[in-house]
Design a binder for this molecule. Structure first.
Ligand code: RB5
Length: 146
């Protein structure tokens, strides 16, 4: 189960990705927003990321204008490893090496065709583990440090 959320800047791109997920019968919960009216990306990130952290969802797909604001918000939530991506290589390797559990896309940066490719590679690339596990463990440890 995927957790989706966007602000107004990512609303249309989220709709395009939802059409793709529907076509592929990939289940998701959309935590909003549900119209193109202005809202705040930290609030939207929280709703979807909480669902990932508490196990209701496996990964999050997050959308704002740039993909950056919502990734910053998501990365403040314990247990979330979010990556703002606009190229295929980054979307692949943030799964393979960082075990990212949230992909953040910018509705004003990437078109729907590229966004779908990014979602596809993100969802289908496993974490490689091995030496990368040590680094991801250190990322988690940073959550407890000041
Ligand atoms: C909203 O206008 C815009 O600032 C937001 O969607 C996002 O791009 C922030 O990073």
């Amino acid at each position: 189960m995927l957790a989706l959320a966007s602000d107004h800047g990512g609303f249309e791109l989220k709709q395009a990705v939802k059409d793709y997920l529907d076509e592929k019968h990939i289940p998701y919960t959309d935590f909003g927003c549900f119209t193109g009216e202005s809202c705040d990306y930290p609030d939207m990130a929280r709703l979807a990321c909480d669902a990932v952290v508490d196990g209701r969802c496996d990964k999050a797909l997050l959308f704002c204008g740039t993909g950056i604001g919502i990734s910053m918000a998501a990365n403040k939530i314990k247990g979330i490893r979010a990556a703002a991506c606009s190229d295929w290589f980054s979307a692949k390797y943030t799964r393979a090496h960082n075990d990212a559990n949230a992909l953040c896309l910018g509705g004003r940066v990437v078109g729907p065709g590229l966004a779908i490719e990014l979602v596809d590679v993100f969802l289908n690339t496993p974490f490689e583990g091995g030496r990368h596990s040590r680094r991801v463990d250190k990322l988690t440890a940073l959550e407890e440090q000041r």
